[in-house]
Design a protein around this ligand. Structure first.
Ligand code: SF4
Ligand code: SF4
Length: 156
């Protein structure tokens, strides 16, 4: 995580950027330590820049088989209540911490974002998954996360 002042300085830079649509289309997470993929701001404490990856194009992906929670990817999940969203968030953060905060970078991260942005279940809206209410650019960063419909898996 980064200092508040750094976050807002980054945000001002991003808002003037051609890759900004309320979030970075290249997948940069403003709260993360890595620098801008097109080098408009540096990383924190010399960690370097995020890989400059192509902006995902909206093509339909191949559909996976089985979701982590046992969901039938061909069936309809009932959207979560906000209480359930909060409990899922706490459980996700706990699991992420337990496994040592693993993150997803490079092509696998882009692939996850690509799938969400062209979500075959119609759950993607304004950078958010309507089912789990996660900001997909953040959710896809966590290796311990997976799509509730089984469209992309957890990663080692
Ligand atoms: S490319 Fe860099 S400046 Fe542009 S939106 Fe992404 S992180 Fe911000
Ligand atoms: S996480 Fe949500 S938005 Fe992303 S592919 Fe799965 S259902 Fe669609």
């Amino acid at each position: 995580m980064i200092e508040r002042a750094v976050f807002y300085a980054r945000l001002e830079t991003c808002k003037a950027c051609e890759f900004w649509r309320g979030a970075c289309l290249k997948g940069h997470v403003l709260q993360g330590t890595l620098g801008c993929p097109v080098k408009k701001f540096e990383g924190i404490q010399g960690v370097g820049y995020m890989d400059d990856l192509p902006v995902p194009t909206p093509e339909l992906p191949a559909v996976g088989s089985q979701g982590c929670c046992g969901a039938n990817p061909d069936g309809e999940l009932v959207p979560l209540t906000w209480g359930e969203v909060w409990r899922h968030l706490m459980a996700s953060m706990s699991q992420w911490q337990k496994e040592g905060f693993p993150v997803v970078n490079g092509a696998p991260y882009v692939e996850r974002i690509h799938i969400c942005r062209s979500c075959p279940k119609g759950q993607y809206q304004w950078f958010q998954c309507k089912h789990c209410r996660c900001i997909v650019y953040s959710k896809a960063k966590l290796a311990t996360e997976d799509c509730p419909y089984g469209l992309w898996p957890k990663l080692p």
